[in-house]
Write a protein that binds this ligand. Structure first.
Ligand code: GAL
Length: 689
């Protein structure tokens, strides 16, 4: 039995119909779904803390994040530390059955530090230097800042590493800006030398004879984020990514030896942020955690589902939403409040997509400071605001569902490949202002979401054997090793789809000398003859209804006799008229398909639905498009989370009767979901359908 087939038997549909046992063996766990908020006790008189914690406890809060901006309260002057308030805050929280995640305070260095050591300040690309008063004003490359960060992080770890009320560590906060200071430049040059070994090799790989860019030593290479040789741009992105990773490792390495095994180490990431390669960063972290904001206040649930799937993909395991929007933000053009009930839809979506924790930002706003206008659960008087009432309901539902969700996680047979290097390469040279890599990724994700519901998002080097269908929406930068990895997946029986612009560049962001998809053109038995940026849609034929392509279209050519043309461009599409738009070929037990066009929604949906059924994938449920289905599986256990994001009641046909965790009792074979309502259902293999 191949690995692919074994995985197929473990799919949710199989569990529902056959009650087959699959997945990891049941483990004894003290799992509970975590629910909470960011709490800043240092901003409030201590006599206030118990009232805050009482209100939290009443809302079923069981975790708070503390400390991530509190350096000046922890070390008021150099070498003089005051952890006593934090000791008391942790023990007061514990008295309310609330655990703590400690944020290392390095995102906000104190004034004494930057005054005494101005060399730690970040230098921007325009030559200006950051000053005290905002946050993240340090240089990510500064050896002195790293030493100071190690000191404070290490002291916190010594003090709280075995405190039973501390469950984890967040390193810094939303890292991302690049510094162009002298230390960063020197490190970039050393990094280039380590990668290319000789300046001659760098010159060859970047084709620096172009515009006389030839370098005679590494220290001549400038640090520019735009308007540069694509080879340099890509290496600078890699350097930045590696530098942020080593910045986080610097603290992780000092924390880890000092803490107990039950405490985790993470950092909080931001949606669609590509300032570093999140797959690489998360190798050194225990879990992924992210900050889920909807700045304009209009919840696009499918897009938000994608972001959760992306975060889950960093480690292919359950994650935390360590900040979530308490109503509204303060940095949009119009900071609209989420509609009533949306916090609950978002909460259940997060859990359905694999979150084991959800914390709001923030409990109560500081009376002064840059974020006075930010959404909270408690007002400036410390009493609940409307968002608290929503949070309280969510907290009570999480408490009810917690045991059911223990040892469960989403599983799927479909993966999308996200490559940071490809995304960077396309962002440097979009060639069409509409070719936004995240939008193109989403154009594949959304129709798949409605068809298969659960989707993993993996790196191009990730383990693919558990998937029947793997799709790379735009794998622009494709190394030989990655091509071999994908080809092996196909030969073992996988179904691979490459989207437009795939296989154009090598690892130096140089053009492959073979036509797209470069090192996979042989396996495909076809190639891209020419690409076209479109300023108007073209028609595409070969589907039940003729579709369209927009923004990008490639003229494909079949080179081998056993290649099938799936789609062609219609008449009247200029150079493209009548030419192949999608090719497919069998190889070993699998198939490779190349789609050269950015299809419109309807066409993409049909194209992908055909691919899903061609890969013998049976979705667990069929639902209207405004209903979100997610599944979490454990040993012999399936949890279905259904959310009606629409304004009409929906009746959903269930494959069997299931236990209704939130409402109690057992469902019938159908379930009525009111507008914007959610249901958590579960079954085990032993329950008769
Ligand atoms: C996050 C950040 C928080 C807070 C919040 C509101 O990005 O991590 O500290 O600033 O946004 O803007």
């Amino acid at each position: 039995m191949t690995l692919l087939r074994r995985v197929g038997l473990c799919a949710a549909a199989a569990l529902l119909s056959a009650g087959a046992a699959c997945g990891a063996p049941a483990q004894k766990t003290s799992f509970s779904l975590q629910f909470g908020a960011s709490w800043y006790p240092e901003q409030w008189p201590e006599q206030r803390w118990d009232r805050d914690l009482d209100l939290m406890q009443a809302a079923h809060v069981n975790v708070v994040r503390i400390g991530e901006f509190a350096w000046s309260s922890l070390e008021p002057t150099e070498g003089h530390y005051d952890f006593s308030w934090l000791d008391r805050a942790i023990s007061r929280a514990a008295a309310h059955h609330i655990k703590v995640v400690i944020g290392t305070p390095t995102a906000a260095p104190p004034a004494w530090l930057t005054q005494k050591y101005p060399d730690v300040l970040r230098r921007n690309e325009d030559g200006s230097t950051e000053e005290h008063g905002n946050r993240l004003q340090y240089s990510f490359a500064s050896p002195r800042y790293r030493a100071l960060a190690r000191d404070i992080a290490g002291r916190l770890a010594v003090r709280y590493g075995h405190n039973p009320n501390v469950i984890g560590w967040q390193i810094d906060n939303e890292i991302s800006p690049v510094s162009f200071d002298a230390a960063a430049q020197a490190q970039f040059h050393a990094w280039l030398q380590a990668r290319h070994k000789t300046i001659a090799a760098l010159n060859a790989q970047w084709t620096t004879t172009y515009w006389s860019q030839t370098y005679t030593s590494f220290d001549q290479v400038p640090m520019h984020l735009t308007n540069e040789n694509p080879g340099l741009l890509l290496d600078l992105k890699r350097f930045v990514s590696d530098t942020w990773t080593s910045y986080v490792r610097n603290q992780a390495d000092v924390i880890r030896p000092k803490i107990g095994k039950s405490q985790f180490v993470t950092t909080n990431s931001m949606h669609w942020n590509a300032r570093y390669d999140h797959f690489e960063m998360h190798r050194l972290l225990d879990i992924a955690a992210w900050d889920n904001y909807i700045p304009e206040g209009r919840y696009d649930w499918a897009e938000n589902a994608l972001l959760h799937n992306a975060v889950r993909g960093y480690k292919q395991k359950n994650f935390w939403v360590i900040e979530s929007q308490a109503g509204y933000v303060n940095y949009g053009k119009i900071n609209r409040t989420l509609d009533p009930g949306v916090m609950r839809e978002m909460a259940w979506q997060a859990v359905g997509r694999g979150a084991d924790a959800l914390l709001y930002w923030q409990w109560r706003s500081a009376l002064n400071g840059q974020e006075q206008y930010y959404g909270t659960l408690a007002g400036p008087d410390g009493e609940p605001v409307p968002a608290y009432t929503e949070a309280k309901r969510i907290g009570s539902e999480f408490a009810k569902a917690s045991a059911t969700l223990a040892n469960t996680s989403p599983r799927t047979e479909v993966a999308l490949i996200q490559s940071y290097e490809s995304r960077w390469a396309l962002e440097f040279q979009p060639h069409h202002k509409g070719f936004v890599p995240t939008d193109e990724f989403s154009a594949f994700y959304r129709p798949l979401l409605h068809t298969v519901h659960n989707i993993d998002i993996v790196s191009p080097d990730g383990d693919l054997d558990r998937y029947k269908l793997v799709i790379a929406p735009a794998l622009n930068l494709l190394t030989k090793a990655q091509a071999d990895h994908l080809a092996a997946y196909v030969r073992r029986g996988g179904h691979l789809i490459l989207g437009p612009r795939s296989g154009m560049k090598d690892e130096n962001n140089a053009l492959w000398t073979s036509r797209q998809p470069g090192p996979l053109a042989g396996l495909l038995g076809g190639h891209v003859e020419q690409f076209y940026a479109l300023d108007a849609p073209v028609t595409v034929e070969g589907l039940k209804h003729n579709g369209t392509a927009d923004i990008w279209a490639e003229h494909l050519v079949a080179d081998a006799p056993d290649v099938h043309t799936l789609l062609r461009y219609g008449a009247g599409s200029g150079w493209l008229a009548g030419q192949p738009a999608a090719l497919t070929r069998s190889s070993g037990n699998g198939t490779i398909t190349y789609l050269g066009a950015w299809l419109g929604n309807a066409a993409m949906r049909e194209f992908l639905a055909t691919a899903v059924s061609g890969a013998a994938i049976r979705p667990v449920l069929q639902v209207p498009d405004d209903v979100e289905v997610s599944t979490r599986q454990g040993a012999n256990k399936l949890v279905l989370i259904l959310i009606n994001h629409g304004d009409d009641e929906r009746t959903i046909a269930l494959p069997r009767r299931m236990q209704d965790v939130l409402r109690g009792g057992t469902t019938g074979r159908t379930l009525n979901l009111a507008p914007h309502d959610a249901a958590v259902l579960f079954t085990t293999g032993k329950i008769a359908p």
